[in-house]
Design a protein around this ligand. Sequence first.
Ligand code: SF4
Ligand code: SF4
Length: 232
Amino acid sequence: MKIRIRRYHPSFEPKVKLFEYEGEGSTLLEMLENIKTKDRTLTFNKGCRSGICGCCAVKVNGKEVLACTYEPKENDLVEPLSFSENIRDLVCSASHIETLLKRARAFLEKPSNKKQDEENEKTIRKQTECILCSSCHSSCPVYEVNKNFLGPFALTRSYRYVADIREEEKREKIEAVLKDGIWDCTLCGNCTEVCPQGIDPKNDILMLQGYAGRFGFQNPNLSSFGSFGLDF
Ligand code: SF4
Ligand code: SF4
């Protein structure tokens, strides 16, 4: 089977080149490994090989997938994820992950003595399954216009802790996701569509918007429409 791979290397001229390879494998990761036996310079990430660690996320024909679970098709175009620093070929830096999670204060900050009950654990179980593969981040169109956007996985994880009954600093957490956060999402749903864990970041962002409203924060985009309306 033939696939195309968009490769980046500082020594290439131009630095980004499209390569065509013949290879075989029942998953894209197997195929990349097969191609590497013939071209040792091809660089990609691999880890658990079973869709758990999330480190082999790439784009195929413009859509984010995990290479270890995707079944390759003739003439597929394989590319690195978008909106993260491309280090080499299909490998991108993961440094944005920690930065975004810290900015969103997406962790248990001030735990109370409350015990988490089964119902609350169930409410946030799905969000807890995030493997930080960055597929949602890569699919998000907001990064085309705002590179400071907190983005889907950080907001999903923020919701996971805001909704945790043990967290006492919910208001502070909401304050952390107002700027370049919950109001900047276009609700396009790309993140939800590509998530290999079946997480719904778009809905989690809507839930955070609901919390923000309850704490008295308004969507600044809607308040400007409001003043416009008052002029009539
Ligand atoms: S929310 Fe889904 S797509 Fe986004 S990083 Fe987590 S597992 Fe990956
Ligand atoms: S729903 Fe929001 S966070 Fe998700 S991809 Fe679209 S704009 Fe980005």
